[in-house]
Design a protein. Sequence first.
Length: 234
Amino acid sequence: MNRLTREITRAMHPKHALIVYDCDDCINGTHGRFYLELHNINKDGVMEAGKPVSIKFIQSLVDNFSTEALSAAPRGEIPKRLIYADIRQEKYVWYSLPCKKYLYFRNSLNIPNGEYHIPGLVWKLKNSSLFLYAYMAKRLTNNAQLYAAPFFNVNPKNNSVCLGNASLKIPENLDFHKFLKHWEDKFFLSEFSHISDSNPTKTNLVLVFKNSTNTFDNDELLPLKSLNIKSLLK
């Protein structure tokens, strides 16, 4: 049994229960001092008598969560196409240029898997939720108009992405370049399967893709009212 299998199949059991006590300050209505009590849980799952929490125990919790949070945060050289990054709030905005991508489609769509031209895209990641937009501007500024992303699995009402069946592990030694590629791969390696809410292009999306083997027609893009790059940074 390898390490990954052991991690997946390892059972976890409750060891401690942490209870936080607080009393209201009757004078000004604010909270008083907190008191933390630790209860061990025995092998029968029964919570034992409480005892004051030690500084050592609190520090071990902080160290554990800090290590996990930092290991998932990108670091290093900032790519030119990264527009905005806030590691504390896990919010990132970046763009990708028009290009040709290999895409996967569910059989029911009657679109063959293969390479298709796609427009320039603006990506927004907020708390592990991905949002996608298209753009036509040759130079991206804060006032650049955004358009509905012309893809299946993207809701044109709120621009949220359904990531479908692509399962990718966050790379080790995560830098910003790997981070952006990871999220783009999660989208492009998913199987496109359905239209979310409404058609995101002026004509039928299936026909748009079938006509995109040589070039993408930007006239198919639907503008998003009052939505530009600046509005994504708020």
